[in-house]
Write a protein that binds this ligand. Structure first.
Ligand SMILES: C[S@@+](CC[C@H](N)C(=O)[O-])C[C@H]1O[C@@H](n2cnc3c(N)ncnc32)[C@H](O)[C@@H]1O
Length: 211
């Protein structure tokens, strides 16, 4: 089955995403950056506009963001040109293919923040397998399954619906699969919970190969 996705932008990618979701997610991105020990190379998968990349930049010699949306990458590169961060770069493409030439464990760590819930179910296993090949440790933050019906859970469901029907269907399918732990199990990978976040509507966890 062909699961590679072609680059494409959605109506809210780039500047609208930076003006809304990057602001809302700033604390979460900082929480992720704070959980990262100083290291050599970090890959941020589905990096969006790069908000997490700036926060990771002081922690690593090299920080690479890979992203499927040209509008996100264009916006990120504009910001990058205006800043002085020589160790940050963007790659446009699908992570299942775009970095296939790199050897196993090229990165010390990969981060995958709010990415798996929005992709088609059949893409989750190839994405997780390739990311776990590129980096021995994969730090994931995504929605808990099932997501609680508290205030944060209602807010998150609202944003998932507002992003469009396709997005909402992917979110529902992700819940059905059992979130990141379920997707990791399907991929034959090991999942370890680090901590709940966002009023227990999200979890931060580590995914890695079993050997
Ligand atoms: C909800 S956004 C989250 C962006 C960012 N991680 C954040 O926390 O703000 C998920 C992003 O993952 C990207 N994405 C989804 N599948 C991908 C893939 N296979 N390869 C690269 N990027 C992907 C999408 O284009 C989207 O911009």
């Amino acid at each position: 089955m062909r699961t590679e996705r072609r680059p494409r932008s959605r109506f809210y990618d780039g500047r609208p995403y930076a003006a809304t979701l990057d602001r809302l997610l700033g604390r979460l991105h900082q929480l992720v950056a704070d959980a990262v020990e100083p290291t050599r190379r970090v890959l941020d998968v589905g990096c969006g506009t790069g908000d997490l990349l700036w926060r990771l930049a002081p922690k690593a010699d090299e920080v690479v963001g890979i992203e499927l949306s040209p509008a996100m990458v264009d916006f990120g590169n504009e910001r990058l040109a205006a800043s002085a961060l020589p160790n940050v770069s963007f790659v446009l493409g699908d992570v299942t293919r775009a970095l296939a030439d790199l050897p196993e464990d090229h990165f010390d760590l990969a981060t995958v923040v709010l990415v798996l819930h929005e992709m088609p179910t059949e893409a989750q296993v190839p994405v997780l397998n390739e990311v776990a090949r590129l980096a021995r440790q994969v730090l994931c933050v995504d929605f808990r399954a099932p997501m609680p019906w508290n205030g944060a859970g209602l807010r998150n469901r609202f944003f998932e619906l507002a992003a469009g029907l396709e997005h909402f269907q992917a979110f529902r399918a992700f819940q059905h699969v059992g979130g990141v732990p379920g997707a990791a199990r399907e991929a034959g990978l090991v999942y370890e919970l680090i901590r709940p976040v966002d009023a227990k509507t999200m979890d931060m966890g580590l995914v890695r190969r079993s050997i």
